[in-house]
Write a protein that binds this ligand. Sequence first.
Ligand code: IPM
Ligand code: MG
Length: 359
Amino acid sequence: MKMKLAVIPGDGIGPEVAGEAVKTAKKVCDMYGHRAIFTEAPAGGNAIDRYGEPLPKKTLDLCKSCDSVILGAVGGWQWDSLPGDMRPERALLGLRGELGLYANLRPAVLHEALKGACPLRKEIADAGINIMVVRELTGGMYFGDRGRKDTPLGQAAWDTELYSVFEVKRIAEAAFDAAKKRGRRVTNVDKANVLESSRLWREVVAEAAKGHPEISLDHMYVDNASMQLIRDPGHFDVIVTTNMFGDILSDEASQLTGSIGMLPSASLGGSGFGMYEPIHGSAPDLAGKDVANPIAAILSIAMLFRYSFSLEEEAASIESAVTRILNQGFRTGDIYSEGMKRVGTKEMGRLINESIGRS
Ligand code: IPM
Ligand code: MG
C-alpha cells in the first residue's frame, strides 16, 4: 500500500514524540511492504513565530493532499498571552474543523504491567480498565458563537453550546460502530437535566440506538460519569459525548491508565482520512530533555494503520510491541516505579520499534 502522510511535529515535546512515532510508522511499512511518504509542516506556536499565524494555509493544503496526518502537540507558555484566535491551539481546532474530523476516538487502556501506576484501589485496577471515549470534535462550545459585551455589571463573555440532529446522529453512529468491535455497550454522557442542547443530544442518541438492537445503551449525566469513572470504571465500554465533556473526561480516563503519556487518539471524518495524535499537550517543561513518554504518539500510529488503512495486523504489531516493552520493565519517567528500568524518549522509541514483529 502507498501512503502520503503529513507530519506536524508542533511545539514542546511534540517534535520528540512525533519523531519516534514516524520511526514506528517507517518500521512497520518496511516490515509489511508498504510505501509511505512523510512531509513535515509547521503549525502551532512555531508557525506563529515563523509565519505570524498558527495554521498556515500551506500546512492545511498539504494535509488535504495527504491520506492522513500525524501530529505531535502544539502550545506553550510563550504564546499564552496571545488573543484567542492567534493561539497555537487554534491550529488544532482549525485542522479538526477544516478537515471535517468530527469523531475523536480516545482509548484508555490500563496495561497489565502498569496496574501499579493506576491511582485507583488495587481491586479496581485488577479488574482491568478498557474504555473508548468517542468525543464529538467539530461542534459544541469549541466551535459555537462566542464573544464579549459590556453589561451593567462590567464586561461579560459568552460561549455557545449548539448541536444539530445531524451532528449528534453521526457521532452516535461512530460510537455504535466502535462498540460493535468491542463490548457492545455505549454510555451516553450529557447534562440533560440542565442543558437544552443535551436534551436534544440524548433524544437523538436514543433514537439512533434503535437501529442497533445489539448495542446496549445507557445515559449518564456528566457529573455522575466523572464520579463513576473513578468509582467503577468497569461500567464503561464506549462513552459517547460532546466536544467539551469529552475533553474533560478523556483526561480523567487517561489517569486511570497510569499516565496521560499513554493515550493515543484518532480524529476521523468518515472517509478514512484521519489525524493521529497523543492526547497529551506540548509539556514545555519536558521539552528537549529526552524524557517525554513517546508511547501515546507511537500507539497513535497503530490507530493510523487500523482506522485509515484497515491494516489490523500492522496495528496489532505496534500494540504488542508496546506491551512487550512494558512487560520487560522499561519505563519513561511518568510511569516509572522502583525496580523498573528508566529510559528516555529515544530509547523507549528504539526499544519498541526493535520489538515490532518479534514475539
Ligand atoms: C485535547 C486538547 C485540546 C482540546 C486543546 C489543546 C485545544 O486539550 O486535544 O484534548 O481541548 O481539544
Ligand atoms: Mg484535552
